[in-house]
Design a protein around this ligand. Sequence first.
Ligand code: FES
Length: 485
Amino acid sequence: MSHLIPLSRLARLVDKPRSELQRMAQTGVLTTFDGFVELEEVLRHFPDVKLGDDAELRRVEEIKEQASSKAPPLDMPEPHVMYERLRVLGREYAAARGKLMHYERVLGWIGDKLAEAEEEGQTASGFADSFLQWLRTELETTPGDLARWEMVLARERIMRVMTAQVTLLPKGQTFEIVGNESLLEAGLRAGMPMPYGCSNGSCGDCKCRVISGDVVKVRPHDYMLTAADKQQGFTLTCSYTAIGDVSLEMADIGAADIPEQTIRARVRNIEPLGGRRIALHLMTSRAERMRYMAGQYLEISVGGQSRLVPAASCPCDERRIELHVLCEGDAGDDTMEGPLSALLPNAEVTIRGPFGTFVLDDASERPVVLVAEGGGFAQAKGILQHALSLEHAPSISLIRLGNEEGLYQENLLKSYANALDDFHYVALPAGTPIVELLDAVTAMAPGIASCDVYAIGDQNVIDAVKYRCLEAGLPEAQWKAQVIS
Ligand code: FES
């Protein structure tokens, strides 16, 4: 009987980034079945992997955590969730024991049949005894890799108590639930476009159907699921978690489907970026969360003044929002004016949005190429973090052309590039001829035609990059651009 392990759990088991396993699956190196891998296949490909103790990988995970504010530790689920998961494991264990007992019986029947055949002269004398002896010896001999099988299985069982894999249908996106997370919390942390409203069990907007697997309530909810809802397998993702691996039928959510919201947030930190540009690091209250997609704009209001600015964060950052703001002031002068430049930590601001449809194609598994000119870096950063969080793209490249404000926040990008095999970064200072930018785009991704290209910058840069990419064979459907002034 084959034992299947979901990719997300396998990534934790063998201490590899999921994107690396994804790449192996896409290139046919690793055989997968709907996102699952057979145990034999695992042991064939990772015979020497040191399970669970790799300092370098932990360092990468820390940086990835910094990149996407995710990768939670393996916290204990609530006791009743743990009980349900152990109950499922117990049932599987009982079924496996039952099968073993049955196989022992089958062994006895084989012996009887062979003895009968020998008595009737259908086999050579002594064949039954020697065959049975051989069979017993084979069964009792410990295979050389048994210890490894046991170690992988034991770790996988423990992880099945601590985590569960969720698959969203029909697109097939997967994510992992850890500890006490609800289906919605885990999905949003992973950057999944899941429908929701109140996120506290009141509105019913997160209602969806469980196609396979079981769920259990982890948060109280006022919204009533009718008897018909329950019979058809509907659940509320904000109030339930998965007992084991589950599949959910999920309506496809695009940027245009997200309703406009107005929430309040506090300034955590103000980071000067260069010139008159600042990064506002905001934190929403526990009760409020801005629903948006990486790459979209948000309107910030303070002191009676409102500005539409790009988000440089991903919704997977949970309550944290980063906005890059070009403060008012005279051209050619770095002196900042206006209420946004006068903000202090802990000040309260109002955020409205989201706006715009320039977002990551979250279902695509193609390599991602980001081209950002000047202040276009804000949206590129949000999309980069979203792509890192989803772990769908086999590789992500960022080609950045600086302006008079410089190549701000570069240390962060360099640390990603050092730590992540699948992230490539090219920084071009202000004044670099456009042809060098174009060469960098096609050199970064040799098969540009098989990539998704996202470009943000002024009209001239966008036009030139688009022309070069289409000329190199990029299908128009894989090109997305946002012109900024
Ligand atoms: S989001 Fe409102 S009930 Fe789940």
